[in-house]
Design a protein around this ligand. Structure first.
Ligand SMILES: *[C@@H]1O[C@H](CO)[C@@H](O)[C@H](O)[C@H]1NC(C)=O
Ligand SMILES: *[C@@H]1O[C@H](CO)[C@@H](O)[C@H](O)[C@H]1NC(C)=O
Ligand SMILES: *[C@@H]1O[C@H](CO)[C@@H](O)[C@H](O)[C@H]1NC(C)=O
Length: 197
């Protein structure tokens, strides 16, 4: 996933058949489908030896030529390679929004103020805006779960809430231009509208 568009792509993989053999991975990528061995192959950087992820950090935006990721698993008995073709804009998926806070609004018995930050892994939120969905549910409310949005701002006043009731809230983010997918939901925060007299 391009979790840090347009700077960072995080690639992860699993192995089909688990073995007890020491397995290492060689991850490379190329942009375009030139003949093998003609250069243009770059390393996809793994955070540690034997990690099952790597990251690509020099991405060409809006290229209609696919990138090809190649991951080779090697153990003492042999090696096998898988390929994955992708267009950067189609695999945009931000990490979830961060630092959610929910606050009562003095005197407002049916409202809550929800605030959050763009994911820290999204490098340029001021140039590549995100839009957000908010999910909220009453505590113990079963099917009261509602999703609203998308919104471009990073704070929102929820209205029409039940006085004196605990609400659980989550936020998800997507690239503003609608490329790719929504992030997973953030961890939830809880709050109760203003109850004092
Ligand atoms: C990619 O994301 C996974 C899951 O969030 C994380 O564990 C891993 O460290 C990341 N890899 C790189 C190379 O950033
Ligand atoms: C609402 O329901 C969705 C789908 O079941 C779930 O992923 C989400 O966490 C729920 N939201 C809240 C605030 O509980
Ligand atoms: C939420 O309501 C408060 C109080 O009415 C107001 O000051 C604030 O600007 C509102 N925030 C948003 C994001 O609408």
């Amino acid at each position: 996933w391009a979790i840090g568009y347009p700077q960072t792509i995080n690639c992860t993989w699993t192995v089909d058949a688990a073995t007890h053999l020491d397995t290492c991975f060689i991850a490379t990528y190329r942009h375009g489908v030139g003949a093998k061995g003609t250069g243009g192959e770059r390393e996809c950087i793994q955070p540690a030896a034997r990690a099952r992820s790597c990251s690509i950090s020099d991405v060409q935006m809006f290229s209609i030529t696919p990138y090809v990721l190649s991951v080779t698993a090697a153990n003492p008995l042999g090696a096998a390679t898988s390929y994955f073709h992708f267009i950067v804009e189609q695999i945009i998926k931000p990490d979830p929004p961060e630092d959610l806070t929910v606050s009562p609004i003095p005197g407002e018995r049916k409202k809550l103020l929800l605030q959050w930050k763009p994911p820290a892994s999204w490098p340029f939120p001021e140039y590549f805006s995100l839009k957000y969905l908010i999910s909220y549910a009453r505590d113990g409310g079963g099917s009261s779960n509602r999703t609203i949005g998308p919104y471009e701002q990073t704070s929102f006043n929820l209205t029409g809430l039940r006085p004196g009731t605990i609400y659980h809230l989550q936020v998800a983010a997507k690239d503003f231009t609608d490329y790719g997918k929504y992030s997973s939901w953030s961890p939830s925060v809880s709050g109760t509208p203003w109850t004092q007299l």
